[in-house]
Design a binder for this molecule. Structure first.
Ligand code: S3P
Length: 438
């Protein structure tokens, strides 16, 4: 499937964002592990989260879909999962495969996990190593480093683990395994990463404690059922924050977007670049803050970013690179080598695709230098998604403010995280107001 993008004359109106992908995964998993019926509202019905639902169904949890974005989960409790008959398929979703590995490490049965070609190239040693230390038996291609993984769950023992890379997925896999382990399990992070697992475990009344950069969990307790409202995905909103900034005259509002501080790096950096973003109507439900965001077109200037900020905007770097291409001056992104092991090698794919618009880029070992230009300097291009949803959407936004038409090839992947992306964009092109009540 191709996505054709013509330059936007304007963008205006109000739209709500699909549910946060990370929180949707975790809500499905914890709902399935709690006792009783948990209701999820504003669940993201993207392919990644549906992969999690399918895997948990194969493990014995029961799901009832009341609406596209509203599901009920009949959780069977911490001891309620059963050995799956089939191979569990995480599709394109690293979060599904890594977090589920943590849960499966503590189950008294055998399971196998796989994914698509992209996922089977992504490193799993980072979860296999700590889970093996806790007592699980795990096999995988290339010495346990790549999927498929075969897991024989065991009675786990709590460990302390110092994370070598800042990864919320690895942290979460260990904490979820800790739910099934004897004694205490703790993880120390080199830099803060998204803390949705910790917040949701607390909401489900697990025994979880935070001191500085160390999180500790005691196994054995998860209470439920709970009702969860999933805030809009700030990683989805990021595409519109940039679109609303670079399309001349734009003025758009995105409602009920998650503003968890471990995820708001993109807002901070865009503001530092000169973006006009207002945060209002702040609320909090089930331990997660959210708000409405209004963005108006504004001129941007280049910035330098790196260090502990990177994990707080790790998924937004492709769209940040687009903002940088429309900014005055250079933008330098460092300490982002993790981007090489995402759905695609995002340092390489962002550089390759943005160059097609005429942007000058340098690819570094751990980042990018993007040489910004005049607002009307970019030329529409024919781009390839590299089967990576965030590359496809970032290039679509780049096309909105470029001269002439842009074509993005192979855009099926957008459905992994934002099935209604094109519709949301078209809504703003005609300036409509589309409201999903809470
Ligand atoms: C995620 C964590 C991040 C992020 C991914 C979702 C999560 O990955 O890139 O899209 O839900 O925990 P890492 O933890 O591997 O950095």
């Amino acid at each position: 499937m191709d996505l054709k993008i013509t330059p936007a004359k304007n963008l205006s109106g109000t739209i709500s964002m699909p549910g946060d992908k990370s929180i949707s995964h975790r809500a499905v998993m914890l709902g399935a592990l709690a006792h009783g019926v948990t209701c999820l509202e504003n669940f993201l019905p993207g392919e990644d989260c549906l992969s999690t639902v399918k895997c948990l169904s194969a493990l014995g949890a029961k799901f009832i879909t009341a609406a596209k974005d509203k599901i009920y989960i009949h959780g069977q409790g911490l001891t309620g999962l059963t050995e799956p008959f089939e191979v569990l398929d995480a599709g394109n979703s690293g979060t599904t495969l890594r977090l589920l590995s943590g849960i499966l490490a503590g189950q008294p049965f055998f399971s196998t996990l796989t994914g698509d070609a992209s996922l089977c190239r992504r490193p799993m040693g980072r979860v296999v190593k700590p889970l093996t230390q806790m007592g699980a038996k795990i096999w995988g291609r290339q010495d346990g480093n790549y999927p498929p993984l075969a897991i024989r769950g065991e009675k786990l023992k709590g460990i302390h683990y110092d994370l070598p890379v800042a990864s919320a997925q690895v942290k979460s896999a260990i904490l979820l395994a800790g739910l099934f382990a004897a004694g205490k399990t703790s993880v120390t992070e080199p830099a803060p990463t998204r803390d949705h697992t910790e917040r949701m475990l607390k909401f489900f009344e697990a025994k979880i404690y935070l001191t500085n950069n160390t999180i500790q969990i005691e196994g054995g307790r998860l209470l439920g059922p709970k009702n969860i409202y999933i805030p809009g995905d700030i990683s989805a909103a990021a595409f519109f924050l940039v679109a609303g900034t670079i399309v001349p005259g734009a003025d758009i509002t995105l409602t009920k977007v998650g503003i968890n501080p471990t995820r708001t790096g993109i807002i901070e950096v865009l503001k530092k670049m000169g973006a006009d973003i207002t945060i209002f109507n702040q609320q909090e439900l089930n331990n997660e803050p959210f708000a409405d965001l209004r963005v108006k077109a504004a001129p941007l200037k280049g910035v330098s970013i790196g260090g502990k900020l990177i994990p707080r905007l790790i998924d937004e770097i492709p769209i940040l690179a687009v903002a940088a291409a429309y900014a005055q001056g250079d933008t330098v992104i460092r300490d982002a080598a993790e981007l090489k092991v995402k759905e695609s090698n995002r340092l390489a794919t962002v550089a390759e695709e943005l160059r097609k618009f005429g942007t000058k880029m340098t690819e570094l070992a751990d980042g990018l230098i993007i040489r910004g230009g005049e607002r009307d300097a970019l030329q529409g291009a024919e781009c390839f998604s590299h089967k990576d949803h965030r590359i496809a959407m970032a290039m679509a936004v780049a096309g909105l403010a470029a001269q002439g038409q842009t074509l993005i090839k192979d855009t099926e992947c957008i459905a992994t995280s934002f099935p209604d992306f094109e519709q949301a964009l078209n809504t703003l092109r005609v300036g409509a107001y589309c409201h999903t009540p809470l």
